[in-house]
Design a protein around this ligand. Sequence first.
Ligand code: NOJ
Length: 544
Amino acid sequence: MTNWWQNAVGYQIYPRSFYDSNGDGIGDIKGIIAKIPYLKELGVDFIWLNPMYKSPNVDNGYDISDYKDIAAEYGDMAQFKELLEACHKENLKIILDLVVNHTSDQHPWFVEAKKGKENPYRNYYHWQNATPANLPNNWQSFFGGSTWTVDEPSGQAYFHVFAPEQPDLNWKNEAVRTEIYQMIRWWLELGIDGFRLDAISHIQKEPWNFKIKDNPWAPFMNVAGIDNYMKDLQQIFNEYNVMTVGEASGVSSKKAVNWTDSEGYLDMIFELEHNVRKGVAGSERIDLLGFKKVIARWQKDLGKKGWNALYLENHDNPRFNTILGNETKKSAKALAMMYLLLRGTPFIYQGQELGATNYPFQTISEVDAKDTLSFYHRLLAENKSEAEALQLATSWSRDHARTPMQWDDSKNAGFTTGTPWLKVNPNYVKINVAAEKEDPDSVLNFYRQLIQIRRQEETFATGTFELLAQNDPDIFAYLRKGEKQFLIITNISQKTRKLTLPKKIWQKNWQSYITNDKTAPKKLTKEMTFAPYDALLFVEQSNS
Ligand code: NOJ
């Protein structure tokens, strides 16, 4: 292993909801500094911070109005430097979100660009002649509606793949690239350890006359010509020898090899395919078989050349312990074992290590996420009742993951002394850091154990991956082979399951390493029976 991040575990912090040090109801930089000991105890090696740059917060910080400053609600640059220093002192690395597909419509470049066709900043964005009745094309944005917003005074429209308040930058314009590259260097010069690149596969677009066929987002997903920009970025990242992880939808598992091998643009990318849903709208769950096939394909296709970023949850998705688990401690632990021992760099999303579950929304006023709100209003316009619209719009809302971190059982889960910007999940009285620290059997302590095992056993970083029980709809089982051999079996279902193991497995001499429950099998036999959400890790004994 030559790169530090291949043997590392990351932790994603959603700063707004992590820890509020000044009682304004919003998490902040000082709050993160205060919790460094917690992160060290958990055993993670680096943190990824969602955006804290200046922003009107239409998309919670993903609409940036000043790339080189910190939004006042989080603190200021001096505090950011303090955080960086404090983390580095504890050997904790920091990667930041890099949002360069778009800016805020309040960014000075766009404010200028909007002034008229002759403005020197006009070409920083994509503009085309248009009227409301005659848009340049019928492309659809990720947040619903057209990708074009008309600016009547100029008789033109500007392009955005997300909200209208997030105009896309024109990467074809060299001046834009120069500004962006300078900004990247400016952050790297400060000594940060890398970036998570937001929406990076969208920076290149098809010609405007491209016709959408089956995939509405194809015209801006990893479009030919992106490579030149990625190579520029790669060169900068290489100069500073930092870690990079891309959010790169549309980059298939096959293509991801070129993006992430030793010559690749980035160190790793997040696949965005694993949320395979099943069930009726409003109460959908993850289909384990579909999920498993996606993960196994990425493991196989990236093989020994590419590198995976492993994750279950993030700030854009509901909690896995609800949508794949059954909201118990046991299922949270099974999910942890299922993915933390795969090949790649694991990321843990804040609260996941506690077994956090979805929020029980009672009214739409508890929702903040713009996409959930617009979905809700669309449903009402389609004559759904308020109760139905609430259920449909919130079941998969990103706000489930954005509720405040649950530190203890005091008011507002110890997150803030003020009024939290988003309601705290009422289950905080049970699911919280303080309680779980004390309980040797907690989800938190299980995560700590798994992280330690991953670090102690080099095979988890270097070894190969082989999927077992491929078509089983409930069991996710695999082998990791390197200097040692490990067997992971998880029953990701509420059923008691029997499994016949293949001879190549049962004829070997296995020793139980850990399980997620006292009652889970400790001995490996040909015919096995697993209780709901049993999870087992075995190591092969070399004396066989
Ligand atoms: C992906 C981010 O994860 C999401 O939160 C955001 O809304 C979009 N990119 C737009 O930046």
